[in-house]
Design a protein around this ligand. Structure first.
Ligand SMILES: NC(=O)c1ccc[n+]([C@@H]2O[C@H](COP(=O)([O-])OP(=O)(O)OC[C@H]3O[C@@H](n4cnc5c(N)ncnc54)[C@H](O)[C@@H]3O)[C@@H](O)[C@H]2O)c1
Length: 351
């Protein structure tokens, strides 16, 4: 078991390589009651009812799958449940699921009684390397994705890599986009580990090492800049265009799939403005393609993508900001890209 410490609004440990059944028993034993928030499909897959059979203080709240659970409606139902059960500050919430579940449950914990403890048991690769670490929680509304939320860290993040055995190749690949992003901004060893694996099965076998390396980077960054002053923005490499593509595709793509396209765009932009070598841009395409991740997007979408990037909650003022890299492991901030250059760079990644 490896432990990585995060020091942000609170200090907490991310434990990689735990046994989730044992940890669930241990944590629930520390509270009067715990509400376990979990998608119904995972409740069945992981036989949660059998696992908590003897744990009398565990109450299950099951959600729908995927993005649909990150809604004001589900949040209201969770509040209702917490009220019915008279949850106090001696009680806690446990999230078991992907990033959508940890975002929802973390936000519920932040808002009940102005904050009760919560614990994350991420079950997807994206949830492990990204969503559960860093303290961003939230839901989607008609106004947009993740616009309502809070910075509210869990008390602990518990990772059992055996959860990944049942994860589809598509969801594994989506998580790998964030792992690859982390490699480009901060740790070339991540890229070497992926590159040296002969097959996707071998890469799945290396997941614990890739998770550990990715979280080490994220923990360092969010510990230094929890509320995204400037440094934390480096985690958004590939995300300016990626978020716009997600929205343009009406959230029918996985987050990591949209980010994969955004990464190639950010790399091409970095070649123009940060001096990134062409060979490093090629490495982006090679590594992402290994997982079947998309690296192009339709040419005619550009005007709408530009509008969407301008309206993104992360843009500040009218000028678009991008994170670039000048070489692998060396992030840079791009604020002076003209519309003409952006269109030209998009031309290189469009289909
Ligand atoms: N808070 C943050 O910092 C942050 C960062 C990145 C992404 N996110 C959010 O995370 C979400 C994306 O995360 P995600 O890709 O984990 O999505 P997700 O939670 O929707 O999970 C994807 C799918 O995988 C299934 N699944 C989960 N674990 C499984 C397992 N072990 N075996 C089989 N199937 C399993 C889920 O039921 C779901 O259908 C988005 O809502 C995004 O906004 C948050």
């Amino acid at each position: 078991m490896t432990e990585i410490s995060v020091n942000s609004d609170r200090q907490y440990a991310v434990s990689i390589g735990i046994n989730w059944v044992e940890e669930l028993g241990r944590i629930s034993g520390n509270f009067q009651r715990v509400l376990i928030v979990i998608p119904q499909s995972l409740r069945i897959l992981f036989r949660i009812d059998d696992v908590i059979g003897d744990l009398k203080n565990c109450i299950i709240f099951d959600t729908t799958d995927g993005e649909s659970q990150k809604s004001a409606e589900t949040l209201t139902h969770i509040w209702g449940k917490l009220g019915d059960e008279n949850f106090t500050r001696s009680d806690a919430i446990i999230a078991i699921g992907g990033g959508a579940t940890t975002d929802l449950a973390g936000f519920a914990a932040s808002s009940w009684l102005r904050g009760i403890q919560w614990f994350a048991f991420p079950t997807t690769l994206a949830g492990m390397v990204d969503a559960s670490v860093g303290g961003k929680t939230g839901i989607n509304t008609d106004a947009g994705k993740n616009l309502v939320g809070a910075f509210y860290s869990p008390s602990a993040v518990l990772m059992d890599p055996s959860f990944l055995h049942s994860l589809s190749d598509r969801d594994f690949a989506a998580g790998m986009a964030e792992v690859i992003k982390t490699g480009f901004i901060a740790d070339s060893e991540i890229l070497s580990l992926i590159d040296s694996a002969a097959s996707l099965i071998e890469i799945r076998g290396k997941a614990p090492a890739l998770i550990e390396k990715s979280i080490t980077v994220k923990a360092r960054v969010v510990s230094a800049d929890f509320k995204e002053g400037k440094l934390r923005e480096i985690l958004n490499y590939g995300h300016t265009l990626g978020h716009a593509i997600e929205k343009h595709a009406d959230y029918q793509m996985r987050h990591g799939e949209a980010i994969a396209i955004g990464l190639v765009f950010a790399a091409e932009l970095s070649r123009e403005l940060c001096g990134l070598a062409e060979s490093s841009v090629d490495v982006h395409r090679q590594l992402l393609s290994r997982f079947g991740l998309p690296i192009t997007y339709p040419a005619q979408a550009w005007p709408q993508l530009l509008d969407l990037m301008r309206s993104d909650k992360k843009s500040r003022g009218s000028r678009l900001r991008f994170v670039g890299i000048s070489r692998i492991g060396q992030p840079d901030w791009i604020e002076a890209a003209s519309d003409q250059l952006l269109a030209q760079v998009y031309g290189r990644i469009s289909s």
